[in-house]
Design a protein around this ligand. Structure first.
Ligand SMILES: [Zn+2]
Length: 341
């Protein structure tokens, strides 16, 4: 996937793209940032921009960027598929670690001229899975990389790497994606429909990977439940009627552990909704909304959930999450929360 298709990270992507166009790309780089935000994809895009055979000048002009791969020539396609002889990706095997032999192998191969591309790219994904031995095996090469090879270490835990390794790499910092970007990637690359993508993205802390993991539970349903509970609290103030109304709103899951996980998902959705209510009630920038698709419904809720009530409710949800974490029974947590909203 070329630079122009990378979601978010505009600053880093522009920097890389311009550096490639000017031939000033650092030979050893560290892509550091949260898991699931597109660091590896960006590393692949670097390899494509370096080796694209179309090298289309009009693409550069059209995007206003520096170099980029076309994404469709034979080189770009094979790089994306992991089948290009000059783009080597090292990643942990079944053992969960990157073995010293894997590093020795790419170090050996990096000493030869590229077979067909302009620059060889060695991408070490989850570089933190290298033990000290494997890192040391890489060290000398990072110090004096062969002229036709670049190294990209990708990690969400840069501080676990040896200081000697870190000091030899130019660090590119990747931040979390916006909820908007996460939703867009889920729809484009992971077959989500718009509504599910929105719900998953609102609760994913800017990580596509996390959104997908969380989808193991039905986040759309969890958000519906959260929304219904808020609507109930807005409509009914009498405590016993509220408790009565809340019965059956949270679906019963077995075993209890599943109920706990499910309720936690509902509560995180509720926190996200309350944050949005705070934004709407305070007439802040609506571009900050995580649940844009529910804006009309939420706007309606602000007639009872003003800023103060939203903030108070948000704090209660936070407490409920902590209680859940400390093994308080999910039903007890739900009942307590319903009365706090
Ligand atoms: Zn290409």
């Amino acid at each position: 996937m070329p630079f122009k298709e990378i979601a978010g990270h505009a600053r880093v992507v522009t920097l890389l793209s311009n550096a490639i166009a000017r031939e000033t790309l650092p030979p050893a780089m560290l892509f550091a940032g949260p898991a699931g935000v597109g660091k590896r994809r960006t590393a692949i895009a670097v390899a494509q921009a370096l080796n694209c055979t179309a090298h289309n000048v009009s693409v550069k002009a059209a995007t206003g960027m520096g170099a980029d791969g076309c994404g469709t020539c034979s080189a770009c396609v094979r790089i994306a598929r992991g089948a290009h002889p000059d783009v080597l990706v090292v990643e942990p095997g079944d053992s969960g670690s990157i073995k010293i032999e894997q590093i020795r192998d790419v170090v050996d191969r990096s000493n030869y001229r590229p077979f067909e591309g302009r620059r060889r790219a060695v991408i070490v994904d989850r570089a933190d899975a290298m033990g000290p031995e494997a890192q040391n095996a890489l060290l000398k090469t990072l110090e004096e990389p062969p002229s036709a090879t670049i190294f990209i270490l990708v990690t969400s835990a840069p501080d676990t790497l040896l200081p000697t390794v870190l000091s030899r790499c130019s660090r590119m910092r990747f931040g979390a994606l916006s909820a908007d970007d996460v939703a867009r990637v889920l729809v484009r690359d992971h077959e989500y429909d718009e509504k599910d993508a929105r719900a998953a993205a609102a609760d994913a802390d800017g990580s596509v990977g996390r959104a997908i993991d969380a989808s193991a539970i039905d986040v759309t349903e969890a958000r519906d439940v959260a929304q219904k509970i808020l609507a109930l609290a807005a409509r009914v103030s009498d405590p016993s009627r509220r408790l009565e109304g809340a019965k059956g709103l949270v679906p019963v899951k077995t075993p209890l552990a599943a109920e706990r996980v499910y309720l936690a998902a509902c509560l995180r959705s509720m926190a996200s909704l309350l944050r949005d209510l705070g934004i709407l009630a305070g007439q802040a920038d609506t571009r900050l909304l995580a649940n844009v698709d529910l804006q009309a419904d939420l706007q309606h809720l602000t007639t009872t959930f003003d800023s103060r009530r939203s903030h108070r409710a948000f704090a209660a949800v936070d407490e409920a999450l902590i209680a859940l974490d400390q093994n308080v029974n999910p039903k007890v947590v739900t009942n307590w929360l319903v009365l706090q909203l």
